[in-house]
Unconditional design. Structure first.
Length: 202
């Protein structure tokens, strides 16, 4: 059974327009799965969606959204409420450079929202329908690339969230990702590490 047969014809990727999110998008599009793509930069997102449509003949829905906004998950949920999402990938993370005490409160708040609150809210909104249908997969990306404790707490939170969701009729994955420096370097599913992680879905 291929991915489309197993998970349906539509997937949601939050953090989709570059890096790992873009790699997931290419892989799913190549499997004939239509995509709801969420990213902050509208022009880049729309250009990427057009590239996927041209290359793979799929349909795309673009949602411009800042995942650091406390209301982002509700707006995304409103956009997708008419669709059946059986595959959800959350590929977003936030951190900072510099000293903790030199960062404004808004920076710490945005990190906590992006890394913990938004994925929790989206899983809370999306997972129940997967349970009812008895199928689906949720992939929560996390990385220890950043050494800040505030970032590490977000990674640990994602691990706990992934283990907390009852895997009744669908699968939940939390994938740890360690990259050299730049997230844009990790874009190829020809790399067996990423390929093996992804094909745990099959």
């Amino acid at each position: 059974m291929d991915l489309k047969e197993k998970y349906g014809s539509l997937a949601l990727i939050a953090g989709a327009s570059e890096g790992i999110g873009a790699a997931y998008a290419h892989h799913l599009a190549a499997a004939g799965i239509n995509l709801v793509l969420v990213a902050r930069r509208k022009e880049q997102l729309e250009q990427f969606a057009a590239e996927l449509t041209t290359r793979y003949g799929i349909e795309t829905i673009c949602i411009q959204e800042d995942l650091a906004d406390p209301d982002a998950a509700e707006r995304i949920t409103e956009h997708i409420k008419a669709y059946e999402i059986n595959l959800f990938i959350y590929n977003a993370g936030n951190s900072y450079i510099g000293k903790f005490e030199e960062q404004p409160w808004t920076v710490h708040k945005e990190i906590a929202t992006t890394n913990m609150i938004t994925p929790l809210h989206l899983v809370y909104n999306i997972a129940p329908d997967m349970l009812k249908r008895g199928k689906g997969a949720i992939i929560l990306m996390a990385s220890d690339v950043y050494k800040r404790q505030i970032h590490k707490s977000g990674v640990q939170y994602v691990r706990i969230l992934a283990s907390d969701i009852p895997p009744v009729g669908y699968k939940v994955y939390q994938l740890d990702l360690t990259l050299p420096t730049d997230l844009s370097l990790a874009v190829s599913f020809t790399d067996s590490t990423y390929e093996n992680n992804f094909f745990a879905l099959s």
